[in-house]
Design a protein around this ligand. Structure first.
Ligand code: 0A1
Ligand code: ZN
Length: 881
């Protein structure tokens, strides 16, 4: 096996650069296949650096056509251009000097979507993390901050729009059919935030007046004709701008803020200074084509990228090990934004579901790494849910440990102290330690120790003494490279519920620090005694999921039902329902495996139906309450030797049992939750649709025939209802004429809308059962499939591998072998995409032996590939270790 690079980069090797970059002037002469880039870079040698130290710049797949020092050609003997570096010797000892580099690049041939590439005839860049070096030789690392001027020259007819970061300086025609535009960004920035977009696009425009009264022009560029679908994104942007002013005191800092939507993009979006580039999936929406989930995602991602302007751009990362400094914090900020815009409880439930579904498996498998890693081989592979979502949870815990006021003070200090700098997690944490006068050394283990802590809890009530004793024990499991762990500082929000549902009035607590309802678990073992408790209470532990842990707490179904009914923390109510459901689902899988009848406890059914029918609860919450833990959740709970078919079969039978018991309630809900009037994507309407569709799905289980879903499909007047009905038909009755008909109707209606066709691919790729693979293979030959578009590949191949447990984990191993072939193929075009989809196999060791054996062999097939990218070889090797 050969790989591009095999080098491992270590945090401890961090050193500042030898040369300080002062200014960057870039001129692009755009051409689809022969773009010329001239970079004029002004450097000076850092004080104390030896006079003979050479300047070493990064580069990747570049053709250099010129190299000057202060406008004089550099003699060949004074530089080396290797595959990934340009080394220049004999540079001035003290005085600033200018290096001019001319490179030629081919955007059309760039299928990696890193650096400068073309998408639907639009020139577009993606520079995070190390894409800028594919444009010119450069000190391509986040601690090199410079001020950029950018000149763009292109054919005027085909490329009327020329955009880059910062403020527009001016532009004009050039008399030869070409024109130019110049941009200046006054804020020093690292190269990963550079952006250029050029092409022929439509625009939606608006303005925003900042708190201090400055007017900012807002522009969202989309393909011509799609402008009406960008109005929701614009609305979300303005709400984000106001919210950041109100909540964090952060104002926007340029005259213009631009967003460009493109259809070929590796990730969700990118926060380039003043010129965000988005996957169009996270910009375009209208009722006919976007679901409520799409609207919520657009709102969250628009906010996320905008919030990066302060957390990421104004204050950036010293090195890529600090990625969570900007990502974890910015995810926390976008979560808080969405919570404020929508229902806080429902948002929190969605976050925790996502964390458990994506981050917990990562933390429990071969790809586990700390939130702040200390080594990597390919940085692209560290844009993970651990860095993002667990990073956000760690930020949330700082707020929980300190309380809202001190957290705000710490953030203010961070912004004030580090504006304009490239900093570390230690710098960030120091701000909170300083304002709170708390020692956060132990807390910081959350950044350094990988693995989800397991907290075991038990309680004993002493009626004579009127005390409750809570015994806690924590254990952080071993993870790759970290065999033994220190105890962590785990903030557990708690409640003690009395029989009538009220909270016990505790007179004193010993054995743990309490701040409000937060219990600080800091020892490996800790015994906490609550006094003044007049009757046996039910303990609600880890309210609001205050700490991202696994909890082992044997509570009776009656106690869980009590929490589900009375907790004032609604998140805890949802959690209790989940905790009631899981043992039933685990037992159901075992019964299904053994060919025995599946049993569902009445206490679960009663609690779920009580929540479903409780008109005091918001519909979106009720919908969440009724959504049972997923098959992946059940697999995680079982922990090993997993048989996805048994898990699926058991869960189906539990769904049927609930459906039959609740038929009247579900029928009533489908009537009550009709949303009338014109479509609105607001949270309340979305919640009603969610509850109605959940009820519909149960009714179809109860009736076991497609008629009701066919009616819903025909009646749907928005994409949420339409795609739900289609999913029910395709997933529950895959071989039926009704499903075939609905799939054909859907395809014909939306054939020219790629984002909707992605839904059509996804719905079919996730149909449970062994036949899924043949369907996926057939769909790959559909003219609407396009193997070089990341959204299409993710919609079909990605969702099959990530979200179809029975189809992908076929007992004969064909699913894994299919994926191995796909990964090798995708890797030749787009290594980042290939590596990401491959992580779908991260939990292969928890499968039963036969499947695990097939999975291992498929992974080995990948390692035998002729020329693997660094991205894929890094993932596959870690997974096999
Ligand atoms: N910083 C972006 C995510 C991002 C990361 C890498 C990319 O390269 C392909 C693109 C985007 C964010 O957090 O939104
Ligand atoms: Zn981000």
């Amino acid at each position: 096996m050969r790989t591009d690079t095999g080098e491992i980069i270590h945090l401890e090797d961090y050193r500042p650069t030898d040369f300080v970059l002062e200014r960057v002037d870039l001129t692009f002469e755009l051409d689809p296949t022969e773009t010329k880039v001239e970079a004029r870079l002004i450097f000076h040698r850092r004080e104390g650096v030896s006079a003979d130290a050479p300047l070493v710049l990064d580069g990747d797949e570049l053709t250099m056509t010129g190299l000057l020092l202060d406008q004089e050609e550099i003699a060949a003997a004074n530089y080396d251009a290797a595959e990934h570096t340009l080394t220049i010797r004999h540079l001035p000892a003290a005085a600033p000097f200018e290096i001019t580099i001319t490179t030629q690049i081919n955007p059309e041939a760039n299928t990696t979507l890193m650096g400068l590439y073309r998408t639907s005839n639009v020139y577009c860049t993606q520079c995070e993390a190390e894409g800028f070096r594919r444009i010119t030789y450069f000190p391509d690392r986040p601690d090199v901050l410079a001020v950029y001027t950018v000149n763009i020259i292109a054919d005027k007819a085909s490329t009327p729009l020329l955009l880059s970061n910062g403020n527009y300086l001016g532009g004009a025609g050039m008399g030869d059919g070409r024109h130019f535009a110049a941009w200046f960004d006054p804020h020093p920035k690292p190269s990963y935030l550079f952006a250029l977009v050029a092409g022929d696009l439509g625009v939606v425009e608006d303005t925003f007046t900042t708190l201090s009264g400055r007017e900012v022009a807002l522009k969202i560029y989309v393909e011509h004709g799609k402008e009406p679908r960008a109005t929701y994104a614009m609305d979300a942007l303005k709400r984000s701008m106001s919210w950041d002013e109100e909540r964090f005191g952060r104002e926007y800092d340029l005259d213009i803020f631009m967003i460009v939507a493109v259809s070929d993009f590796n990730m969700g979006a990118m926060e380039n200074k003043g010129l965000n580039v988005f996957n169009d999936k996270y910009v375009l929406a209208d009722p006919e084509t976007a679901t409520d989930a799409d609207y919520a995602n657009i709102e969250a991602i628009i906010a996320h990228e905008y919030f990066h302007n302060w957390t990421g751009n104004r204050i950036t990362c010293r090195d890529w090990f600090q990625l969570c400094l900007k990502e974890g914090l910015t995810v926390y900020r976008d979560h808080e934004f969405s919570a404020d815009q929508r229902s806080r409880t429902v948002k929190r439930i969605a976050e925790v579901r996502h964390l458990k579904a994506e981050q917990f498996p990562e933390d429990a498998g071969p790809l586990a790494h700390p939130v702040r890693p200390t080594k990597f081989r390919e940085i692209n592979n560290f844009y993970t849910t651990t860095v993002y979502e667990k990073g956000s949870e760690v930020t949330r815990m700082i707020a929980t440990v300190l309380g809202a006021d001190l957290f705000k003070k710490g953030m203010d200090l961070y912004f004030e102290r580090h504006d304009g700098q490239a900093v570390t997690i230690e710098d960030f944490v120091a701000c909170f330690a300083e304002v709170s006068k708390r020692d956060l050394t132990q807390f910081s283990l959350w950044y350094h120790q990988a693995g989800t802590p397991l907290v075991s809890a038990s309680t004993a009530y002493d009626a004579a003494r009127q005390t409750l004793t809570l015994s806690l024990e924590q254990m952080v499991p071993p993870t790759p490279g970290q065999s033994s762990k220190e105890p962590m500082h785990i903030p557990l929000r708690i409640g003690l519920l009395l029989e009538d549902g009220t909270e016990a009035q505790v007179t004193s607590v010993s054995g743990a620090e309490m701040t409000g309802d937060v219990l600080h678990l800091v020892e490996r073992k800790q015994t906490v005694v609550f006094a003044g408790i007049t009757s046996r209470p039910v303990l609600s532990l880890n309210r609001g999921f205050s700490a991202p842990i696994n909890l082992h707490f044997e509570q009776t179904p009656a106690d869980r039902a009590h929490i589900a009914r009375y907790e004032s923390d609604l998140f805890a109510r949802w959690q209790a329902l989940n905790d009631l459901a899981l043992p039933n689902l685990v037992a159901a899988a075992a019964s299904a495996k053994a060919g025995k009848p599946v049993h569902c406890d009445a206490s679960l059914i009663d609690a779920l139906l009580a929540a479903a029918a409780d008109g005091d609860l918001e519909p979106a919450f009720r919908a969440q309450a009724l959504s049972l833990p997923s098959e992946a959740d059940i697999a995680r709970e079982i922990g090993g030797n997993n048989d996805p078919d048994a898990i699926h079969a058991g869960r189906q039978q539990i769904m049927s049992a609930i459906a039959k018991a609740g038929q009247t309630i579900f029928e009533k809900l489908t009537d009550e939750m009709v949303v009338s009037g014109p479509f609105s994507p607001d949270a309340a309407s979305a919640g009603r649709r969610a509850l109605r569709n959940t009820a519909l799905s149960y009714l179809v289980y109860a009736e076991n025939q497609p008629a009701r879903a066919v009616d819903a499909f025909n009646a749907a007047n928005n994409m949420t209802d339409l795609s739900q009905a289609l999913t029910i038909l395709a997933h529950r009755f895959p071989e039926s004429a009704e499903a075939a008909q609905a799939l054909a109707t859907f395809k014909a209606r939306f054939a020219d809308n790629a984002l909707v066709i992605d839904k059509w691919f996804t719905i079919q790729a996730t149909i449970p059962g062994a036949a899924a693979l043949n369907r996926v293979t057939a769909l790959m030959a559909d003219p609407l499939f396009n193997g070089s578009n990341p959204n299409r590949v993710r919609a079909l191949v990605g969702t099959f591998a990530f979200s179809n447990p029975t189809g992908f984990n076929r007992a004969d191993g064909e699913g894994y072998r299919f994926l191995a072939r796909q990964i090798l193929d995708i890797d030749t075009r787009n290594p980042q995409l290939a590596a990401r989809i491959l992580t779908s196999m991260r939990s292969w060791r928890s499968l039963e032996d036969v499947r695990a054996g097939h999975a291992r062999n498929a992974l080995r097939d990948i390692t035998a590939g002729k020329k693997l990218s660094a991205d894929v070889s890094d993932i596959v090797e870690r997974m096999l270790k």
